[in-house]
Design a protein around this ligand. Structure first.
Ligand code: FPP
Length: 241
């Protein structure tokens, strides 16, 4: 059993639209409530000793949503950054955005750059926000970078070119909102992540819901291809390794 708090948690924050629809509100109101839930979650993760939190805020496929929702999400990002960054700085959070910037407006791109610069060097919690991100895109852009340099493709060289770079892979991936799929999130990095699905809609995901996910993680046996017996009683040569 894994007894420690996960070092790296990644979250598919699903259910904002349903949360809003149930309240007869526009979908963007659900995303606004989602920002509140994210703020709570960042604080709760830092308080529990989680080092890295990676969240899926806008997928490469989300451009296919109604124009009003897409522009609402872009506006929300810019507003959220100007409101939240000072507190993130105080709380020691280092913010990074993973994803393709080319398709984003100049206002959004400069907001990302400013937020990253303001929080660079903070070490208490690394918050990666996947925005205009897709796992397949991430693998392809990494492969293209290697190809441009004529470098050999290995697991290590490819991983180093991916958006997450040298950061360790997620130990735990949480998806809220009841669906049980990855939806093109961190496909490469999820190889050995523990997956946790819950029905809670993202705006209602609170400290208690986080603790349930962490408790479930602590019950899992992470074997990384080995047997339970090997984990319990490593051979002498493995102990030395
Ligand atoms: C999925 O819920 C959620 C998103 C596509 C957006 C997630 C964004 C946030 C939580 C807010 C943080 C965002 C920014 C801009 C900082 P859904 O809309 O698919 O929900 P549904 O499945 O109920 O329709």
């Amino acid at each position: 059993m894994s007894s420690a708090v996960p070092h790296h948690i990644a979250i598919v924050m699903d259910g904002n639209g349903r949360w809003a629809t149930r309240r007869y509100l526009p979908r963007v109101a659900g995303h606004k409530a989602g920002v509140d839930a994210l703020r709570r979650c960042v604080r709760a993760c830092a308080a529990r000793g989680v080092s890295i939190l990676t969240v899926f805020a806008f997928s490469s496929e989300n451009w296919n949503r109604p124009q009003e929702e897409v522009s609402g999400l872009m506006e929300l990002l810019v507003i959220a950054l100007s409101r939240e960054v000072p507190q993130l700085v105080t709380d020691g959070v280092c913010l990074r955005f993973l994803g393709e910037r080319a398709g984003l407006s100049a206002a959004v791109r400069s907001g990302l750059v400013r937020a990253e610069a303001a929080t660079a060097g903070n070490t208490r919690l690394h918050l990666n926000v996947c925005f205009n991100y897709g796992g397949r895109w991430d693998i392809v852009q990494a492969a293209n970078r290697l190809a441009q340099r004529g470098a050999t493709v290995t697991e290590e060289s490819l991983a180093a070119e991916m958006q997450m770079g040298q950061l360790p892979e997620p130990d735990l991936i949480i998806r809220t909102g009841g669906e049980q799929r990855l939806s093109n999130f961190l496909l490469w990095q999820a190889a050995y992540s523990e997956l946790y699905f819950c029905n809670t809609l993202w705006p209602e995901f609170d400290e208690h819901a986080l603790d349930l996910a962490i408790a479930a993680f602590c019950q899992r046996e992470r074997r990384f291809g080995k047997t339970s017996e090997q984990l319990r009683d490593p051979a002498p040569s493995q102990q030395a390794a």
